[in-house]
Design a protein around this ligand. Structure first.
Ligand code: ADP
Ligand code: MG
Length: 335
């Protein structure tokens, strides 16, 4: 059997169960945005790791080295944010071909440093080794969160409002601008910029994490059509999504209309948005949304509802009517 037949999640499922018996009772292992481990009387530690490979996750010609360094850390901080946690440190392992320009790598580290400084996350260690060809960057980030307050994918409850922060699809559209070789205008430049230099929702995650009414949370790395499935599967719930409520930025709206792209499809299935997807108690969602929209410069949008059944399934609705939609999202190895 080839890996493409089962995809990355099918592969992870084949071995993750074998390791669960090794877990101490207070430890959460594979299956969420971060692992959670006891730290002290007050806090738990969260840990995440993510890998970026040249020609798979980035094209050297399409991203500046500064943005590449920034993004390598950003995608990890995004997983920390998804737990409602405070980042505390990072580790950076890189494999480099020996003919790579030192000045290029200096710029990668300048980008990495800029984001480290922004959230006061020290680089604590890593590894540097030779690569036979491509640049490989692995980052691991640690964080901390008050005991029992980490937001899990498994905490969605029946009737919860499904919410997202910011706009969806900008990154996927930015990638399309790059791949299609479009000459960027003001709007599409913003999309490319979100793709190459996404802002992790660290402040938003910490802010939302303080509300007990916020139940499940994760970050959007593969598109809501795929990522919401993880919350549903872990929480044993279903969902209704109202397509007209999916937040699309004016920049994506305009670029999509200029190029005859389907903005909604990009918003649902485009990867690498690094926005937060969360479920909020239906009785508490309105005041939280109102306070959020006063605090941050982008909206918190209610896009649907968690249901008891059918478990694991998303019902897509347009103007109240069910519409068929293929399960999308970005899944490594799938054809
Ligand atoms: P994310 O997109 O939030 O980084 P993924 O979807 O990549 O998470 O992974 C899902 C879960 O599987 C996470 O808990 C992750 O830590 C775990 N995981 C992924 N690959 C591996 C692996 N090779 N070994 C162990 N756990 C893994
Ligand atoms: Mg994640």
């Amino acid at each position: 059997m080839q890996l493409s037949e089962i995809g990355e999640f099918g592969f992870i499922d084949r071995f993750s169960g074998k390791f669960s018996g090794l877990l101490q009772p207070a430890v959460h292992g594979i299956g969420d945005d971060c692992a959670i481990m006891p730290l002290d009387d007050q806090f738990e530690q969260v840990v995440t790791t993510d890998l970026l490979i040249e020609d798979i996750h980035f094209l050297k010609a399409a991203i500046s080295p500064f943005d590449l360094g920034y993004k390598a850390l950003a995608v990890n901080l995004s997983d920390i944010a998804a737990m409602g946690a405070q980042p505390t440190g990072s580790f950076l392992s890189i494999a480099l071909p020996s003919d790579v320009d030192v000045e290029y790598m200096d710029e990668v580290m300048n980008g990495y440093h800029q984001l480290s400084e922004k959230y006061k996350v020290p680089l604590l260690g890593g590894d540097t080794t030779k690569s036979p060809g491509k640049i490989i960057i692995n980052v691991c980030v640690t964080g901390k969160v008050k005991k029992g307050e980490a937001k899990l994918r498994s905490s969605a409850q029946n009737g919860d409002a499904i919410c997202v922060t910011g706009f969806l699809g900008d990154s996927g559209a930015g990638l399309k601008v790059l791949l299609d070789g479009l000459t960027p205008d003001t709007n599409s430049k913003k999309l490319v910029s979100w793709h190459n230099k996404p802002e992790p929702a660290v402040d938003e995650g910490l802010w939302l994490g303080k509300y007990s009414g916020v139940h499940a949370m994760m970050d959007l790395s593969d598109g809501i059509a795929s990522d919401l499935g993880h919350i549903l599967q872990k929480s044993d719930k279903g969902a209704i999504i109202h397509l007209e409520k999916i937040p699309i930025s004016p920049e994506l709206q305009q670029t999509a209309s200029d190029n005859q792209w389907d903005a909604l499809k990009l918003a649902l299935t485009g990867g690498e948005d690094y926005r937060l997807l969360l479920t909020i108690d239906s009785e508490k969602v309105n005041p939280i949304k109102e306070a959020y929209n006063k605090t941050f410069s982008h909206p918190l949008s209610i896009v649907g509802t968690i249901t008891n059944k059918p478990s694991g399934e998303i019902q897509w609705k347009k103007s109240g009517k069910l519409v068929p939609l293929h399960k999308g999202g970005f899944n490594h190895f799938s054809p």
